[in-house]
Structures are given as structure tokens and as C-alpha cells.
Design a protein around this ligand. Structure first.
Ligand code: ASP
Length: 343
């Protein structure tokens, strides 16, 4: 390896140790990495080919916040000129949200940004931490230039960051992208699917953006009997600017529930953008397929097409952070800006 790479350690199982309260992030991971026989040398060169940046505090990724997405973004941009690629070590629980968020907040990267983690801590027997780390470093160093983007490397898969979702709490292939082909496969060789080129860049957050409050967005999953009262209570929050609605199948909701439809209509009139995504892992929203879906569209909800929930939520948050009006947010939610949805 002759490329210069920065490893950003944010926390997660990959570096956790057992404590009386259960597994918790431990600061030692950076030191462990330096002592890996495969990597040790790369820290000794001048300038070093590998460097680590450890966050304080390290997080179980269940504590991740939009503020941290921006911190990772800023750290990558601050070090952008000095490295050829970046590897972010992250807990698996919310890794797909961070991968999606970075794909928007980074706007345009011509250097690979690879996010990985592990199902078992580094120090455990049969841990996947070493393999995932080394694969992530290789991808960060050697991803074809035409493909450079924010991606997830985990187990045997290379996935577009804003298409990835966590699909298993047990398997070493913990992530998948059921609505988009894999970017590549990790076996004896690392094979890239070169047709999956770099998606267009977008936005100007780092120059003009400002983080909205965390409650500017909400996620609502429909279930039979879902009450309009609950939705009204959520929409009553004056900070709310957007809702991701996880609807059924092709984007269907309770079409005969007038109270529910009226609540959506009122929210949209008040400038809240309502984006419909599909609950099934491989679902695609086509709201005109069923009357139950067109009712949502008539009430003013917009289609998130094949976006994952994670991508829809982080994209919404990003567009709000750019200071866009509701109309502009709605327009951009319907347009692919970083390969997160089909055209
Ligand atoms: N709770 C852990 C985390 O997300 C799980 C993991 O990393 O696998 O930080």
C-alpha cells in the first residue's frame, strides 16, 4: 500500500470491551491497530501512510447524533488534501444512517470514504474486526477512480453508503443493499462492479449550512390501526420540518381513514414535507399503483421511490440544514442528488 489513509474511530463494537454494564467503547483500539502485523509498518513511514483519529467520547452508535455526522464530515474535509482515502470505524446499529448522511453532507468526494465496523470486538476470537478493517483500507486505497464515493465495506460486500441497510445482527455480512446492486465483492480478490460509477455531487452545506434542531425531522412507521391522533401530536411540534412515512408496499396508507389523510394535508399546508418510503426491504414506492397510495399523494405526501428510510431521513435533514424552503426541499427529495434513488 502506498496511499495515505486516515482512520477515523468513532466507537462501536469493533473497539468495545466488556464492562460491568455490558460492552462499551474502549479507547485502546487505535493502539491495537498500530500493533497489527499487517499494518504496523505503515504507521512508521515519513510521512506515515496510516494515521488514526479517535473521537472523544467514543460512542456506541446508538448515541450517534446529526452533530456527529457533521463532525465526521468536517474532519474528512479538514484532512482532505493530506490523504488519498478515509476509513470511518463505526458501530453497526446506526452505521447505515451515518453512511447515508456522509453521502449528502460531503457533497462530492473524489476520494473513497469507507465506513466499516464489526459484529464482534477486535480482541474476541473469530472477530470480523481485522478483516473488515483491512478490507476497508484496501478499498479506500484502491477503489477505481470512476467509482469513488461514500461506501460501506462489511464482510464480503462493498455497498453504496446511501443504499445500505443493516440486515443482520448475527451474520458477518451484516449489511446489504436490497434496492441497489452491490458495488463490489470481497473474496480472495476484491472485485468491483465498475458500472456502478460515482454519482453526482450536490449542495453547499459546508459553506452555508446550519444544523437544525434534532427534532426537525421525524420517522413514522405505519401499522394497522395507526392513529391520526399520534400523527397530529408529532406534527404539533413547531420545530418539525419533515416526516419520513414508512408506508406499506408500493407506498400505501390507510386510504379510507379521512382523519389520517386530513392530518397529512394539514401538515403539508403548514410547510412540513412528508416523504413516503416503503416498508419491505426491496420495496419501491409507486403511489399511483393503489387508491390507498394515491390518497396519500393527493394529501400532499411525496414519493421517496426506492430510497431507504435511512437515506430519506438523512437527506431530509441535510436539505433542512441547507436552509431550503419546503417547496425546494420537496423538489430535491424527488431528485437523486448522490445516487440514493433511481431516476
Ligand atoms: N451497539 C453497537 C453500536 O452500534 C453495535 C455494533 O457496533 O455492532 O455501536
Amino acid at each position: 500500500m502506498t496511499k495515505r489513509l486516515l482512520i477515523i474511530y468513532t466507537g462501536g463494537t469493533i473497539g468495545m470491551q466488556q464492562t460491568p454494564a455490558g460492552l462499551a467503547p474502549a479507547p485502546d483500539l487505535a493502539a491495537e491497530i498500530r500493533h497489527m502485523p499487517e499494518l504496523g509498518q505503515a504507521f512508521q513511514t515519513h510521512p506515515p501512510l496510516l494515521e488514526t483519529l479517535s473521537y472523544d467520547p467514543l460512542l456506541d452508535s446508538s448515541d450517534m447524533t446529526p452533530g456527529r455526522w457533521v463532525q465526521i464530515t468536517r474532519d474528512i474535509l479538514q484532512h482532505y488534501q493530506h490523504y488519498d482515502g478515509f476509513v470511518v470505524l463505526h458501530g453497526t446499529d446506526t452505521l447505515a444512517y451515518t453512511a447515508s448522511a456522509l453521502s449528502f453532507f460531503l457533497e462530492r468526494t473524489d476520494k473513497p470514504v469507507v465506513i466499516t465496523g464489526a459484529q464482534l470486538p477486535f480482541a474476541y476470537p473469530r472477530s470480523d474486526a481485522r478483516n473488515n478493517l483491512i478490507s476497508a483500507l484496501e478499498v479506500a486505497a484502491n477503489m477505481p477512480a470512476s467509482m469513488t464515493q461514500v461506501c460501506v465495506v462489511f464482510g464480503s460486500r462493498i455497498l453504496r453508503g446511501n443504499r445500505a441497510i443493516k440486515v443482520s445482527a448475527k451474520a458477518y455480512d451484516a449489511f446489504d443493499s436490497p434496492r441497489y446492486p452491490h458495488l463490489g465483492t470481497i473474496g480472495i480478490d476484491i472485485e468491483y462492479n465498475r458500472r456502478r460509477r460515482f454519482p453526482v455531487g450536490f449542495g453547499n452545506f459546508t459553506r452555508h449550512g446550519q444544523l437544525p434542531p434534532d427534532d426537525a425531522v421525524a420517522l413514522v412507521r405505519l401499522f394497522p390501526g395507526f392513529s391520526a391522533t399520534t400523527l397530529r401530536a408529532i406534527c404539533g411540534n413547531s420545530n418539525l420540518r419533515g416526516i419520513v412515512l414508512e408506508a406499506y408496499g408500493a407506498g400505501n396508507g390507510p386510504g379510507q381513514n379521512q382523519d389520517f389523510q386530513d392530518t397529512i394535508r394539514d401538515a403539508v399546508h403548514r410547510g412540513i414535507v412528508v416523504v413516503v418510503v416503503s416498508q419491505p426491504l426491496d420495496g419501491i414506492v409507486r403511489m399511483s399503483s393503489y387508491a390507498a397510495g394515491s390518497a396519500l399523494a393527493r394529501a400532499g405526501a411525496i414519493s421517496g421511490r426506492d430510497m431507504t428510510t435511512e437515506a430519506a431521513l438523512t437527506k431530509l435533514y441535510y436539505l433542512i440544514a441547507l436552509g431550503y424552503s419546503a417547496d425546494n426541499i420537496a423538489k430535491n427529495m424527488k431528485t437523486p442528488v448522490a445516487g440514493e434513488m433511481r431516476r
